[in-house]
Design a binder for this molecule. Structure first.
Ligand SMILES: [Mg+2]
Length: 402
């Protein structure tokens, strides 16, 4: 018993040392968005002159010896998970990301664990800054990498910049001109297949063979039969992948194995599958061709790299969901991946009125290089400076845990 107490005390003393997490700050703030409407579709539609407002989430982590990591991004509705986890992380070693991953996995096992993502990304930022190197170097990747991108659109609307199949094809031609090597359409969200099928056909005719084309139903098609119809249209137009085909939530290995037997276009699932174990089950049951991963959804950079290794073990590619500095560092350290998802975008160039970055980092449509690629930030940590002035000026809630 005495030995056990001594061991416990030793662990407590260790936690009090230099790199112990001593303070976590959580920020919930507004960001004004222009030229995008979220009223008709929560995923957003391209709408000139629309004014919208979204909640955003940020975190800073400080250690006893003054080290600092920060991250803004991901979903804001993880606020309660994040508050809970912030309390649990106090006193833990800021370099012990695997221990904190394990803590998140266990403590948030009744939730989806998305609340752990921003912390993990901030801890990688802290580790990179402590070592004076960009995160990509810690991951074993090349900071000089160029990341081939696809333009990922807002959803189809009833009006606005992407309300007809022709407008999708016009925008794809515009993206091709800008240098993009891929184009992904998010279709209409009313469950009607006809406009999606017409847009897929038009994209194939106009830019097929010139760009990799993808369709993301984002689970809006209602039935397996609808998914089959849209999948066959993707086959005819030579699409590169068909993502989250219908309303099963992108979860049913059985259904998508059957769908894969009936269409030629590769299936991409995983945006809504949480955890490397569940993803392994999906892949092992032949439910998907591409594996999905996202530092904002899959327990940060740590969880994303585990998913990349899982895909590699099966001989598959992992495709990162969404855009951001954490995504770029990961992608530059992964062999088995193809594209950076630049989105969401539309012909009206809608997006935030004020950037969350206080540096030249940008995920705007026109920020793509002539080679159709994006760069990896090369400063220490995540390599970006956040616009904390904007965050503090638009605060909705601010919690300090110390
Ligand atoms: Mg998607």
């Amino acid at each position: 018993m005495a030995d056990l107490l001594e061991a416990t005390n030793h662990r407590v003393r260790h936690r009090r040392k230099g790199a112990a997490i001593s303070k976590v700050e959580l920020f919930l703030f507004h960001q004004d968005i222009r030229d995008v409407s979220f009223e008709a579709s929560p995923g957003g539609i391209d709408m000139p002159d629309a004014a919208s407002r979204q909640l955003r989430f940020g975190v800073t982590i400080t250690t006893r010896d003054g080290r600092h990591g920060e991250y803004i991004g991901g979903r804001s509705n993880i606020w309660m998970q994040a508050r809970f986890l912030a309390e649990r992380m106090l006193g833990m070693n800021a370099f012990g990301r695997e221990q904190i991953y394990e803590l998140s996995r266990r403590d948030l096992r009744k939730e989806d664990r998305i609340g752990a993502c921003a912390f993990d990304n901030a801890l990688w930022d802290l580790a990179g800054k402590s070592a004076g190197v960009p995160v990509v170097k810690l991951l074993g990747g090349d900071v000089e990498s160029r990341l081939p991108a696809y333009a990922s659109t807002w959803f189809g609307g009833e009006e606005g910049g992407l309300s007809t199949p022709d407008q999708f094809a016009d925008f794809a031609e515009e993206c091709l001109e800008l240098g993009y090597r891929g184009f992904k359409m998010h279709g209409w969200t009313d469950g009607d297949t006809q406009r999606d099928i017409a847009a897929i056909g038009e994209l194939g005719r106009r830019v097929g063979g010139k760009m990799a084309l993808m369709h993301d139903s984002a689970c809006h098609l209602k039935t397996f039969g609808d998914a089959l119809l849209v999948g066959r249209a993707c086959d005819e137009a030579g699409f590169f992948w068909f993502e989250d085909p219908y309303s099963d939530g992108g979860l049913s290995a059985h259904a998508h194995r059957r769908l894969r037997q009936m269409i030629k276009t590769p299936i991409l699932l995983g945006e809504h599958v949480r955890g490397v174990e569940a993803m392994a089950n999906l892949v092992a049951a032949d439910g998907t061709d591409f594996v999905r991963a996202d530092p904002d959804l899959d327990i940060g950079i740590t969880g994303t790299m585990k998913l990349a290794a899982l895909a590699e073990a099966f001989g598959l590619d992992v495709e990162l969901h969404g855009a951001g500095p954490a995504h770029r560092h990961c992608m530059a350290a992964i062999r088995n991946t193809n594209f950076y998802e630049l989105g969401l975008v539309g012909p009206s160039r809608g997006g935030p009125l004020t950037s969350i970055y206080a540096c030249d980092y940008s995920d705007a449509l026109d920020a793509v290089g002539d080679d159709g690629c994006f760069a990896v930030p090369n400063g220490p940590g995540l390599g970006v400076a956040y616009n904390w002035e904007h965050v503090r000026a638009n605060l909705v809630e601010h919690v300090v845990v110390q």
